[in-house]
Design a protein around this ligand. Structure first.
Ligand code: ADE
Length: 246
């Protein structure tokens, strides 16, 4: 069973973009996964083909209409395999994680709705059982780049896509830690040498060193991951208010 992705967007020409090259592109050509795009504007109801309107309550920008998006989603849902989750790319969503990606990659595929403008009419999400997802705590000009990120992360996990290098347990995030650092020849470069232990041939010692490095780097770069991994509590920033202070 292949992984079927359908992307709903105002800019279908963005796809497959980077997903058409390298491993993802080959897997696409071989039918390991499929990618369809739907032009949201094709589901507009007026002769101006409008997909957005002004925000209720006032304010800047425009909001994508629930009725237009629902029509596009309903069409995509009947067109592809059943039971695909529907995700909307928006900075208001929960951040994607490797474990969520792994779950999505093991399913029948995804329907991905790309937001644009100020946002999407909130009523749509509950009405169509849509999960809102973000790729990070920053704002993009639209959900399309986020959709590319989501699909890239899923596709590389599909059976056969990565070959021997595939999604080992050592990868960053798989064990709740960042991955250990990598080195390759030359042994000395600009006066810097590859750590001695990696040249020792002692596999137990190498594994121990890699584990220690993964822990050191996670602790210093990602205290949030480290806290979860080690079961410790994250220290609130000094001056931060506690709930009980309120
Ligand atoms: N659209 C705009 N910003 C986004 C983000 N951070 N993640 C996903 N979609 C977005």
């Amino acid at each position: 069973m292949s992984f079927a992705a359908t992307v709903l967007t105002l800019y279908p020409e963005i796809f497959p973009g980077p997903l058409g090259i390298s491993l993802a592109g080959r897997a696409l050509a071989e039918g390991t996964w499929s990618l369809g795009t739907v032009q949201i504007r094709d589901f507009a109801r007026d002769r101006h083909r409008s997909v957005d309107d002004t925000p209720a309550g006032g304010g800047a920008g425009m909001v994508l209409r629930a009725d237009v998006l629902a029509a596009a989603i309903d069409n995509a849902a009947v067109d592809g395999p059943p039971h695909r989750p529907i995700l909307a790319m928006t900075p208001r969503g929960a951040c994607l994680t490797q474990s969520r990606i792994r779950m999505l990659a093991s399913g029948p595929g995804v329907i991905v709705l790309c937001g644009r403008f100020e946002g999407i009419d909130e009523r749509l999400f509950e009405a169509r059982g849509i999960e809102q997802v973000s790729i990070g705590d920053y704002v993009l000009s639209g959900g399309e780049v986020g959709a590319l990120v989501l699909l890239d992360a899923c596709v590389r996990l599909l059976p056969g896509v990565m070959g021997a290098a595939s999604s080992g347990d050592d990868e960053s995030f798989e064990r709740g830690l960042l991955e250990y650092p990598h080195y390759t020849r030359p042994v000395e470069w600009e006066g810097r040498t590859i750590p001695e232990v990696l040249r020792s041939g002692d596999h137990a010692k190498i594994a121990g060193w890699r584990q220690a490095q993964a822990e050191i780097d996670t602790r210093s770069r990602r205290p949030d991951l480290w806290a979860r991994h080690s079961g410790a509590r994250v220290q609130p920033p000094s001056g931060a208010r506690h709930e009980k202070d309120e």
